[in-house]
Design a protein around this ligand. Sequence first.
Ligand SMILES: [Zn+2]
Length: 113
Amino acid sequence: MTVPITEKELAAAAGWPIVHAARKLRDTGKVLRVSYDPPLLKGAVRMGSRTYGAGLRLGSELENLCSCFDSWSEGKICVHSVAAALALMQQSEPSQPESGAVDPPTTATLPVQ
Ligand SMILES: [Zn+2]
């Protein structure tokens, strides 16, 4: 699956500080799930005690569909949606066999006791 957006484009839309904060959210496992059903990217992003339903419509113009205040009050591309997009990019990178995205079904060989 190819994600039709790059980190650079996200930075252009949201600003680098947002991208850096979003990277941190992704790297600390705050992106609970992400899916991409063109042109809609959807994710759930945990921040503080809340989980935001983040989302982006990827098209000629980015549209933020997140449930947070920044998104609906000012129409900004927020950190949650950027984090979801970054997580999706990471998932779709082909050169990371140990990313853990796909766990092969293995039989447990741990000794009993
Ligand atoms: Zn948001």
